[in-house]
Design a protein around this ligand. Structure first.
Ligand code: FES
Ligand SMILES: [Fe+2]
Length: 388
């Protein structure tokens, strides 16, 4: 008899391996259920530290044309505000009757946040400044109706937000603890000094976790990535077991290969202070995959659109040449565009297979230890309500 569960996540929790179990995939519903994705958006995206993009993309001219920008963090509409060199984030929910203060993706140069519904207006620190018609309402105090401020950080040029608990509350997760030792690993790449060389966006017909799991193993590389295997042996390197809410490892370049590019030749300017023989593959939970090379840093930012659909923004960052010109990075961008598409095709095939009534979670190979680490973290988060 099939058991029935009141909460759809209970079925997934019950079928999710716990630590110490033989390591195997999550149950199919974890990748196909709308209810599970809704839960993940609230608890693993809004409730974690999720990457919203590069600061310079969100506020391109440091504040004049764009002072306010609406975005969505997990399932929570947020309003990013940058003014006088201070970045703040608020719930994009008016304190009158809840209208969004700016529509999703919209920006504004204004120094006041004005709700389009009944024109309550707030300053850029979130304080209510005017509530039409409330001047003579007894007992109405502006201070009771400030916008809800949410925690936001800029780290290595990326903006990270937490949208579940207000800034300064006890439940706000500690950002430095979230990064853990990832911060030390990425510091030599000086990502905040790098500039965008190129960017591709993809819409992948697969669950965000299928994409992450694929990122965490090279067991598939000899089968689908002939170009990649020419520059890096697929069985090179090891995974890290260090503090922080991230999963990842390093791989090594073949002798004579200087970077991951179509020819193995450097495509950007070599980054000083980094190990020229290795490539770091680091997944900061939940949605940022940072692949750091000797001459460029590639980052995939994932936004789940549906259980079987994920938007992926792939950006390549380089050190500018003397005089400020930006290297073209063609050989690396083309290399990774080919590799990305090989990966997306595999992920989309896995997603179709997961939807079959005959799918059963299979075991991980020894070379898939980072996938097992990721799945274990997701399984634990399903039980405790957040990434740890
Ligand atoms: S909902 Fe914003 S002013 Fe009424
Ligand atoms: Fe791959």
């Amino acid at each position: 008899m099939t058991e029935t569960y009141a909460d759809p996540l209970d079925a997934v929790r019950a079928a999710t391996p716990v630590e110490g179990d033989p390591e195997r995939m999550l149950p199919a519903e974890a990748y196909t259920s709308v209810a599970v994705l809704d839960w993940e958006r609230r608890h693993l995206f809004a409730g974690s530290w999720t990457c919203l993009g590069r600061f310079t993309d969100l506020f391109p001219d440091a504040g004049a044309a764009v002072r306010q920008r609406a975005a969505v963090l997990g399932d929570v509409p947020v309003l990013l505000v940058h003014d006088a060199h201070v970045l703040r984030m608020f719930a994009n929910t008016c304190r009158h009757r809840g209208h969004e203060l700016l529509g999703e993706g919209e920006t504004s140069p204004r120094r006041r946040i004005v709700c389009p519904y009944h024109a309550w207006s707030y300053d850029l620190e979130g304080a209510l400044r005017a509530a039409r018609g409330f001047q003579d309402v007894e007992g109405f105090d502006d201070e009771d109706h400030s916008l809800v401020e949410l925690p936001v950080r800029v780290w290595q040029g990326w903006v990270f937000g937490h949208a579940l608990h207000p800034a300064g509350s006890e439940e706000e997760p500690d950002f430095e603890r979230h990064l853990g030792d990832l911060a030390d690993l990425l510091t030599p790449y000086r990502c905040d000094d790098l500039v965008l060389a190129d960017r591709h966006s993809y819409e992948v017909a697969a669950n965000w976790k299928v994409i992450a799991e694929n990122y965490h193993e090279c067991y598939h590389c000899p089968l689908i990535h002939p170009e990649l295997c020419q520059v890096t042996p697929p069985d090179s390197g090891d995974n890290y077991d260090l503090p922080g809410a991230w999963v990842g490892g390093a791989m090594f370049l073949r002798d004579g290969m200087s970077t991951m590019s179509l020819t193995g030749e450097l495509a950007g300017n070599p980054l000083p202070d980094v190990d020229a023989t290795r490539v770091e593959y680091l997944h900061l939970l939940p949605n940022l995959l940072v692949s750091a090379h000797p001459d460029y840093v590639m980052a995939h930012r994932m936004v789940p659109l549906a259980p079987g659909r994920t938007w992926v923004e792939c950006s390549w960052f380089v050190a500018p040449s003397a005089g400020g010109t930006v290297p073209e990075l063609r050989g690396a961008v083309d290399f990774w565009d080919i590799t990305n598409k090989q990966d997306w095709a595999a992920c989309e095939s896995v997603q179709r297979g997961l939807a079959s009534p005959h799918f059963r979670p299979g075991p991980f190979a020894p070379k898939e230890d980072a996938v097992a680490d990721f799945v274990t973290r997701v399984g634990r988060a399903y039980r405790v309500g957040r990434f740890e």
